[in-house]
Design a protein around this ligand. Sequence first.
Ligand SMILES: [Zn+2]
Length: 323
Amino acid sequence: MINRNTKKKTRFTDFLSGDYAQDYINQDTPYEEQIEHAAKLIREADCILLGAGAGMSTAAGAEYGGKFFEENFAEFQKLYGKGPYMQDMYYAGFYPFPDQESKWGLWSHLALLAGIDLDVTPLHKTLLDALKGKKLFLLSTNADDQFEKAGLPAEKIFTTQGSYRLIQCRRACHPKTYDAEALFRRMERERVNGKIPTALVPKCPVCGGEMTMNLRVDDFFVEDEAWHTAEERFSRFLSECMDQKTVLLELGVGFNTPTIIRFPFEKLTREHQNISLIRLSRSKAMVPASLGSRAIGINADMARSITDLAEKLRPFPPSSNGF
Ligand SMILES: [Zn+2]
């Protein structure tokens, strides 16, 4: 890894935090007041750091289980049963596949549905439109690239956990990822009974071994050059905003991987008086009481809270802006 950091930069590894707040509360401020307060903080902010978790994609309409899974993975349920794995897209990927042909048969299908072909961008667009003109950056644990599809430039995005369109050496023998969209589409066309033709099974171009998705599930996750470039941009954004009025806008981050966005956002807010935290979540928007009015936790359907927030942030029509 090339180390281009200067002394004052906060690297991603320093940003991460495992501190679990001991004073979580669900705020009892009425919803309307919370939205009003959140809009005010955003309006007055110089920098907005978005932190997006799985709840954002779900709120925007992405589906992973239930009827959606039954309809789209019937072929695999027939082969592998409806046991614990074949219930939703998250667990399906962990099925102990008998061979590489079967593994890629499911994974190519899953990567297309959960990421490459997923389009739940209207809510993402609503949010981005509302934040126009702000100095903005996105930290995301989602692998579905929805903010980028919604128009946020790639140089303002740091996706820490990988992407559904990339594959890598399973043993991480070299720090490179490979765009697999075309390969996945071919696998999707040529799959028979859950399996892709052996000729399509990807092999590591360096060690000749198996390949896997570039998703962080174990210590073999490859952080490629693009990952490090994004990390560098994230660090730069953080150091530039550290002394300015900054809002950390957290979107659908629960407790699955809280050390990447949730806890670090709390820590930053705790340590910097000029930083505020707005936490949007359907049911996990509790915030540390000690952060006082610098933290707003809005427990609500995020399709609603984001839309309401955007509505409040909409610029006044010229006739009524008072100028
Ligand atoms: Zn290799």
